[in-house]
Design a protein around this ligand. Sequence first.
Ligand code: ARG
Length: 463
Amino acid sequence: MSDKSSNQMWGGRFAAGPDSIMEAINASIGFDKRMAAQDIAGSRAHAAMLAAQGIVTPSDAEAMREGLLTVLSEIETGEFTFSTELEDIHMNVEARLKEVIGEPAGRLHTGRSRNDQVATDFRLWVRDQLDAASSGLTALIRALLTQAEAGADWVMPGFTHLQTAQPVTWGHHTMAYVEMFARDLSRVEDARKRMNESPLGAAALAGTSFPIDREMTAEALGFDRPMANSLDAVSDRDFALEFLGAASISAMHLSRMAEELVIWSSAQFRFVTLSDRFSTGSSIMPQKKNPDAAELIRAKIGRIFGAQVALMMVMKGLPLAYSKDMQEDKEQVFDAADNWILALAAMEGMVKDMTANSENLEAAASAGFSTATDLADWLVRTLDLPFRDAHHVTGSLVALAEEKKCDLPDLSLEDMQTVHAEITEDVFEVLGVHNSVASRTSYGGTAPQCVREQVARWKKVIG
Ligand code: ARG
């Protein structure tokens, strides 16, 4: 017999238990207990299949399935005592099952290994997170659509280089984010389709000689099919990397939007007012209302992208099939998932609650010679100037307005005619910001009419 302190799962080959430092570096229970529900779902599906295939008796399988539910409820109510000695969630659950149902618990691990077990649990966990991200993205898109619809014809400055470029509509700017988050959503849906295959039954790496039915367990766990290669099934973590990839791109979008909210809510811009519910005050400066949620969202890309890089580094160079390195996959993904989903919810809350200050937006849209391109286009259309010449004439008019410390529409016709004699009164029509945005009706353009069409299209898609 082996030493008493050696492991109860593999004690047969061992004379002594692990050093405490070995236990500390080896154990994953501190974090993989988050997969308890998935682990138990996987084991219940496996037990039912073992009975259906005549590998264990129906009464043993029933005892396992019932016992597993007892263990799950102990975990959910917090009665369960997790043990580091038992290393991970798989062995913690199995050891407790043995205490609850006795001998049949020892038959549960027939025809499987912790390698396919952990791959199955983790896939199920990541799949749940993809679904949560899908809901978060959909809710955020809905909040943006509401903002876009309300402000389809509010004008604001459109920027390049953060310098005023041309007037755009609030609705159009908001809808740009709808496009981004909708792409994130399609990445999530796409990743889910690809990852939805079951590793269970790949066993340690080579499959098993027991007559298992992998289709049955795959179906019971909501997978589309079993994975076709047992080596790949236990050693693949692409699904986690794709999750992190989708999360990284989405977090980058969130971060860009958060940056705009930080700028827009500043005293210098006053484009939006964030609600009290999504702002904080200062402990020393009584007047302050800070956009902390936006700042934190802006920062979260760092840890999410970091998680992707970390897992890529774990996986690169690993020989087939399972290596313990892969235990390092979970904390990264857990952290990224928590923060992505939290950031989506915080952004949704901010967008729902914020007020766009349409008067400030319009005043800013009119400043900075934002309709200079409209003026140049008018010179081309009406006076048949080549665009390059029109650009030059407009440049001179801008310089004149600057000299007079006024905006383009404030110049008199006589002033304008000193730059180009053929300019007529009609020009003033294109210098107004509302006319400017209304004229940009090319597909994908900023005109209120285009924005309304896009809002209607996305409402149909998102439901
Ligand atoms: N705790 C392990 C993990 O997270 C489970 C698989 C262990 N398999 C093994 N052969 N040691 O990856």
